[in-house]
Design a protein. Structure first.
Length: 79
């Protein structure tokens, strides 16, 4: 689902002064939230974690994998 939502999120994040890692995490969470909203699913910690874990299996780089792990830790309050 990397279409207009992905481009819009990237555009919005590029206006903020975030480091690459932070903007990547925001982009990942934003894409998941958009996907859940489009599917009319509840947006809560459980659905976010399930989606993150599914995406984690398909990560292509260590940086992407690390970003997913950090988001999961953040959701459980373990920064």
């Amino acid at each position: 689902m990397r279409d207009n939502n992905h481009e819009l999120l990237f555009h919005l994040l590029s206006k903020k002064h975030l480091n690459d890692e932070a903007s990547t995490r925001y982009l990942i969470v934003g894409e998941i939230v958009c996907e859940l909203m489009n599917a009319d699913k509840n947006i809560n910690r459980k659905t976010l974690c399930c989606k993150l874990l599914r995406q984690l299996e398909h990560c292509e780089s260590m940086e992407e994998e690390r970003a997913h792990y950090r988001i999961i830790r953040m959701l459980f309050g373990r920064s």
